[in-house]
Design a protein around this ligand. Structure first.
Ligand SMILES: [Zn+2]
Length: 298
């Protein structure tokens, strides 16, 4: 099945689960991919790592990219609506589209995008029952009706990252996935784990789980989700990895996210406790009995 609107093409593959379904669609068009790139480059100051991580990305247009980001995407009011308008509601905003047209773009090889799609679909297909079951038991979440993934090959030598971009009333989650060739050809890749990590962010937001009046709720969310996926206590249950000691997950995750160190140390005994009676109740019920309840909505 395919949908086409305003220059955005979607390949949507239907997957059925217990009468309910999640469509997975891949977005490879230039405009959303450029937006994803800008967000990834500038929104968390990872720009300092530019030379290393993205050789050739935007090439000599780097300053233009920065301008486009500053003019359009650093506007908080605009950013989330922008994604919804451009990609979900398929209503391109002229001004933004014009700015993006000025940028030349790293071109990934089509065969790698095809490989990434095949890998995501095959992994999802073989795990979908377990994913739905664990998401329900651990988080009390049902999968969204649609999962749209913007695929972007970065030119980095290894690894991959994800971005939770938007969710539309629990029906459509939009996720960015930036991959290297090595990641999609590596047997021990974390591809689906990263996508599910981002999906959890989407569902936490759309289910209104966290108390956003607490500014640390974002750091809490990141640290908590890291404890499950892509390198945590749900990874081996979904057969993404061998079972490991929770202390090891904790130590490895703070290497990638040093800002979460003290939050992560505080959560460690609570996660261990949860793992001892895994999925017997939701993690939210479990957290309500701890000091971390301050991050939850009532
Ligand atoms: Zn995250």
């Amino acid at each position: 099945m395919s949908l086409r609107a305003k220059g955005l093409a979607y390949i949507v593959i239907m997957i059925y689960y217990n009468g309910d379904f999640t469509d997975i669609g891949f977005i490879e068009d230039e405009t959303p991919r450029k937006l994803l790139c800008l967000i990834d480059l500038f929104s968390d100051r990872s720009v300092l790592k530019l030379g290393k991580k993205y050789p050739g990305l935007f090439g000599q247009d780097f300053r233009t990219a920065q301008d486009v980001y500053e003019r359009f995407l650093s506007n908080r009011e605009l950013s989330r609506d922008l994604w919804t308008d451009l990609v979900i509601k398929k209503r391109p905003r002229g001004e933004v589209a014009e700015g993006l047209k000025q940028l030349t773009f790293y071109q990934s090889e089509q065969k790698h995008a095809e490989l990434a799609k095949r890998q995501i679909m095959a992994d999802y297909e073989s795990e979908k029952d377990d994913i739905a079951s664990y998401f329900g038991k651990i988080f009390g979440f049902s999968p969204p009706k649609k999962l749209l993934i913007i695929l972007l090959q970065t030119g980095a030598e290894s690894g991959s990252t994800g971005r939770c971009i938007a969710i539309n009333d629990s029906q459509t989650a939009l996720i960015g996935y930036l991959f290297s060739t090595d990641e999609i050809t590596n047997k021990k890749s974390m591809v689906l784990g990263i996508i599910l990590h981002e999906l959890l962010h989407s569902l936490i937001e759309s289910n209104g789980i966290l108390n956003r009046k607490n500014p640390d709720s974002y750091l809490f969310e990141e640290t908590l989700v890291d404890y499950f996926l892509p390198n945590g206590i749900l990874s081996h249950r979904l057969k993404h990895s061998e079972p490991r000691d929770i202390d090891i997950y904790q130590k490895e995750n703070i290497i990638f996210r040093p800002s979460s160190k003290s939050m992560s140390e505080g959560l460690l005994p609570i996660i261990k406790e949860y793992d001892d009676s895994f999925a017997e109740r939701t993690i939210w019920e479990h957290l309500k009995k701890s000091a971390f309840r301050i991050y939850l909505n009532e």
